[in-house]
Design a protein around this ligand. Structure first.
Ligand code: TMP
Ligand code: ASP
Length: 243
């Protein structure tokens, strides 16, 4: 089936969502643009769009094969992914295996402190408010999601953590934390959405402890382009060997 790309529905910081001639489908286009700290820092990462499209497509395909459904339909070009059209829930679901980033600042934890069991946090997706931390109570009170949707999001995030941890381990990376988004189809089906890429994960080299993710861009650690390429190559080898 040939799908025709129509006008943009949403132009975001790192992706554009295009309408298509099919009412249930959209095209997710990955840019090289990178932002951090709620878009206060801006830049580009060479080929990030192509690499993130590849990484996200492989991860969504892997998850689907193991029973976790997402909006992913197909990778249709270097930078484009065909997806189910969704209304995004304005809640970011973060899973943490070790302390890093905002939780260290908020709670005074030492970077690298392991959590005995994965910790789930929620953030309100709103750049002008700086994506504040929210509770399950806020999500239900403001009706961003029902309690059963919230359960589904939380359980899916924990399942994704269980499934991806070992994949990254196999390529010498520890999955420190990651962020997921969810959305509803016009029929009300709740699905994992957005992307799973180095932009929204922390990955530490299991030998050297080096950051192999967007923290290289956030904190000017150097070798940003090279790191994105390196992780994409390692992941590609891993997923190809699984076929
Ligand atoms: P944090 O330490 O800044 O709260 O982020 C935790 C993880 O979630 C980290 O891998 C980055 C990702 N994340 C995003 O990609 N976008 C966001 O808006 C937030 C809040 C987190
Ligand atoms: N995704 C957020 C932003 O781009 C947070 C981050 O990645 O630092 O502002």
């Amino acid at each position: 089936m040939k799908i025709e790309r129509k006008s943009p529905l949403y132009d975001g910081k790192s992706k554009i969502i295009f309408e298509t001639d099919h009412e249930d489908l959209a095209i997710q286009y990955f840019k090289d643009d990178a932002t951090a700290f709620n878009a206060q820092k801006k830049g580009t990462i060479l080929n990030k769009g192509v690499l993130n499209n590849q990484i996200s497509s492989q991860i969504f395909r892997y998850l689907e094969k193991h029973g976790v459904h997402s909006h992913f339909v197909n990778r249709i070009s270097d930078r484009e992914m065909l997806v189910k059209k969704l209304k995004i829930i304005p809640v970011e679901v973060v899973v943490r295996n070790k302390a890093a980033g905002s939780i260290c600042k908020r709670l005074g934890l030492e970077k690298g402190t392991p959590f005995k069991k994965p910790l789930v946090e929620y953030f309100f997706k709103n750049d002008s408010l700086g994506d504040p931390l929210i509770s399950e109570g806020h999500i239900e009170y403001f009706q961003w999601a029902t309690s059963s949707e919230l359960n589904f999001m939380k359980n899916t995030a924990l399942t994704v953590n269980k499934m991806l941890g070992p994949c990254f381990e196999k390529i010498g990376l520890f999955l420190v934390d990651f962020k997921l988004e969810f959305g509803r189809t016009h029929r009300g089906e709740l699905l994992l959405a957005d992307e799973i890429t180095l932009d929204g994960c922390r990955l530490w080299d299991t030998v050297t402890g080096e950051s192999m993710d967007k923290d290289r861009f956030r904190f000017d650690l150097g070798k940003v382009d090279e790191t994105y390429r390196e992780v994409a190559v390692r992941l590609n080898h891993y997923f190809e060997s699984q076929l």
